[in-house]
Design a protein around this ligand. Structure first.
Ligand code: FNR
Length: 413
């Protein structure tokens, strides 16, 4: 309604409504490296295509005359009511899209009352992001570091930041074969981007200091100081160009090298999950599951939720479309814990389809990142409002008064 009313006065929406045109506008707004990193997926990008194909294959069957004058799109998750079934997916290195990065997303989340999942690869420390969020719900996404002290420290910080859940991303213990980034030899973290969560972490800075000290004894690098690390982080925010030059000096190099070394752990197994349980009392949500057997193992391990996701096709090329993986997992979980979904969602109708196949809520990925690139906080807000409005309209037009009414019988295919 608002868009058409504004149109009477010649005003167009600040970001394109059609996802393809939104993407094109984002591409124009971004540098080439940033665009390749954001839009790109693994290999031939066949998984990203499969994500879209899985949505296209399923069709909605509308029902008539069911009184949908009042519609309720709220959902409950982990004992809390949320105004909609949308959350912001964790997206790292948002400084590639806009210099306000996570802070702009947090401000939009606050305006909308949409929970934000803060990434381990954020461009700002979680404490700063949470200050922008105010009372808005926030979850913390964890990349499970090789360094136990870093994991424990980040979980501790997340709790003190008031996180409502820990989302543990399991599908990225090795970085996928991302062809666009490989062709450009572009890895933001190697340039010191998207590591603010680490450089602001006491356990990590300790580790860097110890390593730098060790290097100094070997006659390689001088002793770093915490002050230098802090200035590194603030510089990375204000002067990305200058910051890169700084990487030639030994301290930032130690920080970046340490990050690259400890960021993940490919040796982890299901037996390691109790470590997380011991270090946090928050709900633990595993992100990146695609197989019903893994969902069963997650339940055995006592996790509190699952995100069916293939990381937007950025990890395994030639993998199953995420929406195709959803029904089998929903079936296996049988309502014991919430099953969330992401990968490929571009429209409100897509959200409807994921909910119809049993998702309790969905995480929106690239669309909000594109909104951020085009128009900062306003862009994130606008893109999200479009998704919510289209979801609401789709519910009205198909005869659904509540999210609970959206079941598999609403779809063909
Ligand atoms: C991601 N994703 C991601 N996931 C995560 O757990 N931690 C992270 O730091 C990131 N970073 C990230 C950066 C970029 C640029 C993208 C596009 C994605 C994955 C994200 O949470 C989500 O799973 C996908 O974005 C969902 O797919 P769509 O909606 O983008 O197709």
């Amino acid at each position: 309604g608002r868009i058409y009313r504004d149109g009477v006065f010649g005003k167009r929406p600040p970001v394109p409504v059609h996802p393809d045109r939104l993407e094109a506008a984002a591409r124009r707004a971004m540098g080439r490296d940033a665009w390749g990193y954001t839009a790109g997926s693994a290999g031939l990008e066949a998984t990203a295509s499969a994500n879209r194909a899985a949505f296209d294959r399923r069709r909605i069957v509308p029902r008539m005359l069911t009184d949908v004058a009042e519609r309720d799109i709220s959902v409950e998750l982990f004992g809390r009511r949320h105004s909609s079934p949308l959350l912001f997916a964790p997206i790292g290195v948002l400084e590639l899209m806009h210099r306000d990065a996570d802070l702009a997303v947090a401000r939009a989340a606050r305006e909308l009352g949409i929970p934000m999942t803060i990434s381990t690869q954020a461009s700002h420390p979680m404490e700063d992001i949470c200050a922008e969020l105010g009372e808005t719900d926030r979850w913390f996404q964890l990349y499970w570091s090789k360094d136990k002290d870093v994991v424990a420290s980040m979980l501790d910080r997340a709790e003190r930041c008031g996180a409502g859940a820990i989302v543990v991303t399991l599908d990225t213990h090795i970085l996928g074969w991302r062809t666009r980034d490989l062709d450009r030899a572009f890895l933001p973290f190697a340039r010191g981007q998207g590591i603010a969560q680490y450089t602001s972490d006491p356990a990590f800075t300790d580790l860097v200091r110890r390593r730098a000290e060790h290097g100094r004894q070997d006659g390689e690098t001088p002793r770093p100081t915490l002050t230098a690390l802090r200035s590194l982080v603030s510089m990375s925010r204000r002067y990305p160009g200058r910051f890169r030059d700084n990487l030639r000096s030994p301290l930032p190099r130690t920080a970046v090298e340490t990050f690259l070394d400890v960021f993940s752990n490919s040796g982890l197994t299901w037996e390691d999950l109790p470590f997380l349980r011991q270090h946090t009392s928050l709900p633990i949500v595993l992100k990146g599951l695609q197989h019903p057997e893994d969902a069963a193992r997650a339940l055995d391990a006592g996790v509190d939720g699952i995100v069916v996701s293939n990381h937007g096709g950025r990890q395994v090329d030639g993998a199953v479309g995420s929406l195709d993986a959803l029904p089998g997992i929903v079936d296996r979980v049988a309502g014991q814990v919430p099953v969330l979904f992401d990968s490929g969602i571009r429209t409100g109708a897509d959200v409807f389809k994921a909910l119809a196949l049993g998702a309790s809520a969905v995480l929106v990925g690239r669309p909000y990142a594109y909104g951020l690139a085009v128009a900062g906080q306003t862009g994130v807000r606008e893109v999200t409002e479009h998704l919510l409005a289209e979801l609401d309209i789709t519910m009205g037009l198909t005869g659904c008064r509540s999210i609970g009414a959206i079941g598999p019988e609403r779809l063909t295919g």
